[in-house]
Design a protein around this ligand. Structure first.
Ligand SMILES: [Ca+2]
Length: 380
């Protein structure tokens, strides 16, 4: 068991069979600032990846193999929503994130991000669609952006988180696609970037590389490895990005227009075989420092800031869903500075995404073949 625990983070494997066992329903956890009960809110989801609450309190959830579901407030899972585009559900790819348009209540417009087939291979693709009034199907599906060029080798590192900024623009993260790390530094390439888009997929007005020869106008920031987390800090309005390092070097960053976040020139971690990354340095002039970094890795996928009334002590904290070692990372913030860290439900079940609900409870997607939505509720 000790060897397995040591090797698991290196191999990217989960350890569902640790001594404490997987996270289970009805458990009460007493932590630094809050006591909570963990409930199985919903079950029977295959590798849920992204989620968005609808205005009526229901929850839209993606399943990586290519399904979109609506979960009722009673936790009941709908039949798959019809009309989801074909995805390449191989490796880390598949149907990944879902986000609602800011005016969803009027337009019923939503956005999906996934691994899509294209000429020359596979890439990260962004589409828009309308959710039918009965929530049974998607209508008017349109491809907004392909993070070109497509890559024929490998099925890893798609990034693929969608978030709207305070500026009303759509931010989309893309991974470096693993095989050729240098894609993240190339400004003519949309891999390993955070893109800032108008709602129809065009480059957003004011983007930093508009007019620069050889650079893509969609790019907001670059030098990212595999960013699966994006969230707006409610205290500052900053766009916060979360990305996996290789063997260590996971990062939380505050995004600035036109900034270089360093991959693969610098990293606080090493490559999986222990060799150094790029220059072998952890930082360099002209490259943005992370707000926080982890070695050994925690493998943070999605993350969100807690807003709500159920856990007053957690307001404004940034929660990260960690895959390996699995669990929840809670970061206390002072503005955009990270001033504290606590690990919850650690070494138990792989978590893909975490988000607060309109009821103030905290919802977690588990990365399992028989995946669940967990709900944390206050316990006295
Ligand atoms: Ca970095």
């Amino acid at each position: 068991m000790r060897a397995a625990r040591f090797l698991a983070p290196l191999l990217g494997l989960g350890l569902a069979a640790c001594s404490a066992g997987p996270v289970s329903a009805q458990e009460v956890v007493r932590s630094e600032q809050a006591s909570f009960r963990v409930r199985d809110f919903s079950t029977g989801l295959e590798h849920p990846w992204g989620a968005a609450f609808l205005p009526d309190g229901r929850l839209l959830v993606t399943e990586r193999p290519g399904r979109l579901r609506v979960i009722g407030q009673d936790g009941r899972v709908s039949a798959p929503v019809q009309g989801v585009p074909d995805v390449v559900a191989q490796g880390q790819g598949g149907l990944l994130d879902v986000a609602l348009a800011p005016d969803f209540a009027q337009t019923r417009q939503l956005y999906l991000c996934f691994a899509g087939a294209a000429q020359g291979g596979v890439l990260t693709r962004l589409v828009s669609a309308r959710l039918s009034a009965d929530m049974a199907r998607l209508e008017g599906v349109a491809t907004l952006l392909d993070a070109t060029p497509a890559q024929s080798s490998g099925r890893n590192h798609y990034g693929c988180r969608i978030v709207f900024g305070r500026d009303g623009k759509l931010y989309l993260s893309t991974g470096d696609r693993y095989s050729d790390k240098s894609r993240a530094q190339r400004l003519g390439d949309l891999a390993g970037k955070v893109l800032r888009l108008e709602r129809d997929g065009r480059p957003a007005e004011g983007n930093p590389f508009i007019g620069r020869e050889g650079a893509r106008a969609e790019i907001f920031s670059y030098g990212h490895r595999n960013p699966q987390g994006l969230a707006v800090n409610p205290a500052t309005g900053s766009m916060i990005e979360i990305e996996f390092g290789a063997r260590g070097g996971d990062e939380v960053n505050r995004l600035r227009a036109g900034a270089n976040y360093g991959w693969p020139l610098v990293s606080y971690g090493t490559d999986y075989n222990g060799s150094s990354i790029g220059t072998g340095k952890a930082s360099a002039p002209g490259i943005e420092e992370p707000l926080r970094h982890w070695t050994p890795a925690v493998s943070p996928s999605g993350g969100n800031f807690y807003v709500g009334d159920a856990f007053p002590a957690w307001r404004g904290n940034l929660f990260l869903a960690a895959l390996s070692p699995p669990g929840l990372v809670r970061l206390s913030m002072d503005g955009d500075r990270v001033v504290g860290e606590e690990r919850l439900l650690w070494n138990r079940t792989r978590f893909r995404q975490v988000l607060p609900g309109p009821d103030g409870f905290l919802y977690i997607l588990t990365d399992e073949a028989r995946g669940r939505v967990l709900r944390l509720e206050p316990a006295s």
